[in-house]
Write a protein that binds this ligand. Structure first.
Ligand code: ADP
Length: 457
């Protein structure tokens, strides 16, 4: 009301000033009474025109995008422009802050390890983060407003979405076909849906490995147990002759040892998985370690093979003694077990000049291994020839243990083999864990690293 009153006042004032000025000028130039009246009328018209121009200028600014400042006039139109502009700028700042908050919120969802997909009430895609786009095989921009079931046709997914029973998550193979995706659907708002997706391929693989592992262990234990149970039944019902008894007892001991070795290897693996990484400042005399393992292999071979050792003196390694000797003994034990009588087994422990790694190499001219088996040899219970492995007391866990030990020490296993010609296994320990004790006495020798090598890290 006050504003209206002051507006009327200022308008009247402007008109009065215009009329006054016209009247004064009329008198000054000596015009007649009519002339003075015309001057006053012209003054009023001028004041009204100035007001109209200012109003028009403000209106033009308002009709535009308001990116420029409002017209800087005095009086009513000036203040109106100033206040409109201030209100506009305030709203713009609020909207910008709102947009910034939304962008940050979306960026946070985008950074989520889970996929997030929003569907409207018609199951059209409203928004998805990059992870969901990857899981569902979508393009976040191009596929906006598309029906999700047109783009994602996996029956498990479509049926689940249409079932309206969203308590349990569902799993389906991603459209790119490599991964298993788990999806949880949560309805919200007015019929909209929030879909949370997760790549569960690794979890599934681990679960399947765990199932296989339990099945393998059960199988490995059941076989000797069945044999033992058979013998126990026989002993209970039929008295054994003096000649049969030692044979039966030997067979029973063999089966018991088989279970024992399996349990020992399982415990070793469990221990390796559970213990911290070996420290890199616990130095062990490599040559002494190798000599001890070599002596054990000679006992195992019992003169059936031609064994040779070439160990570089003063070549130390940092790690855990029991683990390293167990890994070396496994490689050497395999060479003895898979090399027919009369075969040759050569052991080396050397510093590899090319990269400063220490290499424990076991080369045999035994039965060898076909190429396709090499990548799988370090899997638990993987055997090329199951019966030969079991006959010679193998558990199928030896190379899995070696791989674990080597990985924990930051190294790798290298393998080369040819059926009928023999195999070479190398345990390569990184330079950071290797030290040459008496540098002046020790001459670095090279160990070849051919290209056709299978490495298992
Ligand atoms: P196992 O207890 O059966 O020997 P490993 O894990 O030590 O288990 O070895 C896995 C498989 O690799 C063995 O069953 C065998 O078929 C093959 N293998 C390992 N070392 C040799 C070797 N030196 N010569 C031939 N085959 C080998």
């Amino acid at each position: 009301m006050n504003d209206a009153f002051s507006r009327v006042l200022s308008l009247l004032f402007g008109l009065a000033v215009g009329a006054g000025l016209g009247w004064v000028i009329g008198r000054w130039i000596g015009a007649s009474g009519w002339g003075v009246a015309c001057g006053a009328a012209a003054g009023v018209a001028l004041a009204a025109s100035i007001d109209a121009v200012r109003a028009e200028r403000l209106m033009t600014w308002l009709r535009g995008t308001q990116t420029q400042p409002a017209p800087r006039d005095t009086g009513f139109w000036g203040e109106t422009g100033y206040r409109v502009e201030k209100a506009l700028r305030g709203r713009e700042q609020e909207a910008a802050a709102e947009r910034e908050r939304l962008a940050q919120f979306l960026a946070a969802i985008d950074a989520s390890p889970n996929g997030v997909l929003l569907l409207d009430a018609d199951e059209r895609i409203e928004w998805c983060n990059a992870r969901a786009a990857d899981h569902f095989g979508l393009d976040p921009v191009r596929d906006q407003r598309q029906l999700v079931t047109n783009l994602l046709r996996a029956p498990a997914f479509v049926n689940h979405l249409q079932s309206a029973e969203y308590e349990a998550p569902i799993e389906f193979t991603s459209p790119r076909g490599r991964t298993t995706i788990q999806v949880i659907v949560r309805p919200y708002g007015a019929g909209q849906k929030l879909l949370l997706s997760q790549d569960v391929t690794d979890r599934e693989r681990m679960e399947s490995m765990r199932r296989d592992f339990v099945a393998n262990v059960s199988h490995e234990i059941r076989t000797p147990l069945t044999v033992l149970a058979g013998f126990v039944d026989t002993l209970a019902s039929v008295p054994l002759s003096a000649t049969e008894q030692p044979r039966v007892l030997a067979l029973m001991r063999q089966q018991t040892q088989r279970i024992q070795s399996l349990v020992d290897d399982l415990l070793t693996l469990a221990q390796l998985e559970g213990s911290p990484r070996p420290s890199s400042d616990q130095w062990l005399p490599g040559d002494a370690l190798v000599a001890r393992v070599f002596a054990e292999a000679e006992l195992l071979s019992a003169g059936h093979h031609e064994l040779s050792l070439d160990a570089q003196p003063g070549l130390d390694v940092a790690g855990i003694e029991s683990e390293l000797t167990s890994a070396m003994a496994n490689l050497l034990g395999n060479a003895v077990r898979y090399t027919p009588d009369g075969g040759r087994i050569a052991v080396q422990w050397l510093l590899r000049a090319a990269d400063g790694c220490a290499v424990f190499e076991v080369r045999d001219n035994g039965i060898g291994i076909a190429r396709e088996h090499l990548p799988r040899l370090t899997e638990r219970f993987y055997r090329v020839d199951g019966s030969r492995s079991r006959e010679t007391g193998g558990t199928g866990l030896g190379l899995a243990i070696v791989k674990h030990v080597v990985q924990r020490h930051g190294g790798e296993i290298e393998m080369q083999s040819e059926p009928g010609k023999g195999s070479t296994f190398r345990l390569v320990l990184p330079a950071a864990r290797v030290r040459v004790r008496a540098a002046s006495d020790v001459k670095a020798q090279s160990v070849a690293t051919p290209a056709s090598l299978h490495r298992d890290r």
